[in-house]
Design a protein around this ligand. Structure first.
Ligand code: ZN
Ligand code: ZN
Length: 819
């Protein structure tokens, strides 16, 4: 009855199934302890509600949803939750621009995004949704703050900070781009403020060591984390100020250059600077430099080319040889790194070299390349490589790298220094002088100082009736009803802390909350967390490779130390999707190349949108939307494929005949291939295999044969990627009762799935040395390994170094040797 067959119409299919899935509670994770299925926690980086969903969301969540659906079909009890990272500056600024209250703006966007996620067919367990700006959530964010405070891991100190005058708040160093605010472009200034920090530096070594446990994280993310932590080994050496007797510690990674010290430098913020300047009679000059630097952003100073500095008029005594060297204060030395004081070794450190040349200071070579003398007069830069120690008293002739450990040993024997380790990682500044965030649950009492708000008084509610426009201090400071309180200890009048917390605090623990999202007595139920965590798969953008993931790892370790959980890393496997760009450039308002996903979903259907994104290339690579759909009038190629799938499955459903043998082989090969592709996030490869299967089905049908097994298989394989059409085909066309999304992933028959064999020719330096039988779908690695394992090939290489292996799978391997 081909005449009665209907055409593929996503606008009819998709809303229907979205409603039915929700009514059937299809994606609810089971907490039944007797549920025999293994659990799988599919976690997506939650969404920031700054507007409707954008293309980045469409991509990340299409991939994350495929992972969750695939796991469910493979027999897992899947937890796939959704929530909103709903506090923070962007929402607040957007609300102010529109003359709205941040709360109103944020919740409106959350509802919009929730509708869009439903329209896209995401398999979320909606009963678990959370918003970090709900008092039921931030009550526990405050509770965590108090636990850190009790443990000495939350503390307040006065520190220089990057201040955006327009946004009127402190910015983290990574929010300052070329000296300007990342959000508004205003040049950032420096401000000294008393602010709250989390002592993440106490965890530096554990955060570093445990990267070894994260074997299923992308290597580049681990490298970024390791660099951010920035461990360096060396020595701590104490210099004495000759005129005042002050002892000053410095850290150096090159103790083998100690004999080359010709000056000594303090950072501008070092507490000794003004006292030493007074002792040396240079107070007014030093004061001038300090004033000039007061407003320079910290990040600019970090990149400073400036070689300026002020001689303090005092001298530091080098402990290794008793020499007295002049002492400076200079902006190129930063208080944030090491101890805020450095020994100047111009011959072997480039920044010291430039400073010495500018200031006319002596340069003394103490390490030189083997048999090659260096003349300080003619050097054009520092020599910072390994070499032989010279002009170094007892160490002349000692070579790197042993020289470093030998000098450290000697320093320890002499009581002049010791082995030491430093980290680049700084404590986490969590204070924000803005309205839209979780209030810090601390009361300042004139007598008792910083006092924790008792747990039973949480949450400290963020008042709605606040003039939240930024104005230099926290907007909460202008709200008397909020500020005025009593000390929990003595009940005398006291003031609430008026800073709010960095939104990264909210997002450091949300994945714990998903395990028991309605818990009113604790942040999470430890048993539920034990059941579900660590998360099996985390999917999200690489822009969070450092901060969010580092902070989440830190929180997890603190919870472990508190005895609340039994594991130390929150996510077993991490996958970063690429960016969606347009015409070779990232999408931006100023370039006018932003493509919004939801209007296209309305026009083309959610399945087309999801498939178009996942088919465009490897999931972790950037994809250029212009190559998929140059304009909204041209549908992506996958749309017509879905039309062909719909037609072929519909036709196959009406045939009685069995599938022909050739089609059966393709079907089972496709199951095998797609199963592996799904496990490795190779969605694009999986889709192309399904396209081949569709073509084979069409050929079988044209030849008058059946294709029902192939049709059933195709509906199942499509389900994680294009959930609507798969469900329509499965239930309506193929007549199954239960949902395709609760059906089992198809198994393949080994015999049927076996590939044809082809001949792989192996050459060594262009000459054919062996011929091997391989499977037609053998990959690059398979072919290389087989070729290099061949005895004939080994004999022909004859122990020479292999320079290059050129592989053209599955037909050719050419081994190039060093001849
Ligand atoms: Zn700004
Ligand atoms: Zn008190």
């Amino acid at each position: 009855m081909p005449g009665t067959m209907r055409a593929y119409d996503p606008s009819e299919i998709e809303p229907k199934w979205a409603d039915r899935w929700e009514a059937e509670g299809l994606y609810r994770a089971s907490e039944d302890p007797d549920d025999p299925r293994p659990r799988f926690y599919a976690l997506d980086m939650f969404s920031y509600p700054s507007g409707d969903l954008h293309m980045g969301h469409a991509e990340a969540f299409s991939g994350g949803d495929a992972v969750a659906r695939f796991a469910a079909m493979r027999g897992h009890n899947v937890l796939h939750p959704i929530g909103w990272d709903a506090f923070g500056l962007p929402a607040e600024n957007a609300a102010i621009r529109r003359g709205m209250h941040p709360k109103e703006w944020t919740y409106a966007n959350i509802e919009q995004q929730a509708r869009s996620f439903r329209r896209m067919g995401m398999s979320f367990d909606w009963t678990r949704r959370i918003n970090t700006c709900d008092p039921e959530y931030y009550k526990w964010t405050q509770w965590f703050f108090l636990r850190l405070f009790e443990r000495g891991l939350a503390y307040r100190k006065n520190a220089p900070a990057n201040w955006c005058p327009k946004d009127a708040t402190v910015l983290a160093n990574e929010q300052v781009i070329n000296g300007a605010c990342e959000r508004c472009g205003t040049p950032v200034v420096r401000r000294d403020l008393t602010q709250w920090f989390f002592k993440i530096t106490d965890y530096a070594q554990r955060l570093l060591d445990d990267t070894d446990l994260l074997v299923e994280w992308p290597e580049r993310v681990l490298t970024m984390q390791r660099n951010w932590i920035g461990r360096s080994e060396g020595a701590s050496v104490t210099f004495e100020i000759a005129e005042t007797g002050d002892k000053v510690e410095v850290f150096t990674t090159r103790p083998d250059t100690l004999w080359g010290v010709t000056f000594f430098v303090f950072a501008v913020e070092h507490p000794l600077v003004m006292r030493l300047a007074e002792a040396g009679g240079t107070a007014s000059e030093a004061q001038g430099l300090l004033e000039a630097l007061r407003s320079t952003p910290l990040t600019n100073r970090e990149q400073a080319e400036s070689r300026e500095g002020v001689r303090l008029g005092v001298h530091a005594i080098n402990p290794v040889n008793g020499e007295k060297v002049p002492v400076f204060v200079a902006p190129y030395v930063l208080m944030e790194y090491g101890t805020g004081a450095v020994m100047g070794v111009p011959a072997h450190d480039q920044r010291d070299f430039e400073f010495a040349r500018h200031q006319g200071l002596p340069i003394r070579v103490v390490v030189q390349p083997e048999g090659e003398a260096r003349d300080p007069e003619s050097m054009s830069g520092a020599y910072d490589h390994e070499g032989v120690m010279v002009n170094s008293g007892p160490f002349d002739g000692v070579r790197s790298p042993e020289s470093i450990s030998k000098v450290i040993e000697w320093l320890e024997e002499q009581g002049k220094g010791r082995q030491a380790v430093t980290y680049r990682l700084r404590d986490w500044l969590i204070s924000r002088q803005r309205y839209w965030g979780a209030p810090i649950p601390i009361v300042h009492c004139p007598e008792h100082g910083e006092v924790a708000v008792p747990d039973e008084q949480l949450p400290v509610l963020l008042p709605d009736d606040v003039d939240f426009r930024p104005g230099g201090e926290s907007p909460l400071a202008r709200h008397e009803g909020f500020v005025d309180t009593v000390c929990p200890i003595c009940e005398a009048p006291a003031r609430r802390d008026t800073d709010t917390m960095d939104t990264f605090v909210d997002s450091s623990w949300y994945y714990f909350r998903y395990c028991s999202p309605r818990d009113e007595t604790e942040p999470f139920d430890p048993e539920a967390v034990e059941r579900w965590m660590p998360a099996d798969q985390y999917v999200g953008g690489v822009e969070h490779a450092i901060l969010h993931l580092l902070y989440s790892r830190f929180f997890t370790k603190v919870l472990y130390d508190m005895g609340l959980i039994g594991f130390t890393e929150p996510m077993l496997r991490l996958m970063n999707q690429g960016q969606v760009i347009f015409g070779g450039a990232s999408m931006s308002k100023s370039k006018g190349n932003i493509v919004e996903p939801m209007p296209l979903v309305e026009r083309w259907g959610a399945d087309t949108m999801r498939l178009a994104i996942l088919f465009a290339g490897p999931f972790e690579d950037d994809i250029d939307w212009k190559t998929i759909a140059p304009d909204a009038d041209r549908r992506p190629g996958v749309t017509s494929w879905l039309g062909r799938v719909y037609a072929a499955v519909s036709e196959a459903a009406q045939r009685e005949a069995a599938d022909p043998d050739t089609l059966r082989r393709v079907t089972h090969r496709t199951i095998r291939g797609v199963t592996g592709d799904m496990q490795r996030f190779r969605f694009n490869v999986a889709i192309s295999k399904m396209q081949v299967l569709t073509n084979e089905m069409r050929a079988a049908l044209e030849a008058g044969g059946g294709a029902r097994e192939a049709a059933t298989t195709l509906a199942l394989l499509l389900a994680p990627l294009a959930p609507f059409i798969a469900e329509e085909l499965w239930r309506e066309v193929l007549g199954n009762e239960a949902s395709v999304h609760t059906s089992s992933w198809p198994a393949f028959d080994e015999e049927l799935a076996r590939e044809e064999r082809v001949t792989l020719v192996v050459q060594v330096d262009g000459k054919v040395r062996d011929r091997l039988e391989v499977e037609a779908d053998a990959g690059e690695d398979d072919c290389r390994d087989l070729a290099l394992a061949s005895e004939k090939v080994k004999r022909s290489i004859d122990g020479r170094e292999v320079r290059q292996v050129i592989v053209r799978p599955p037909r050719l391997v050419n081994v190039v040797t060093a001849r």
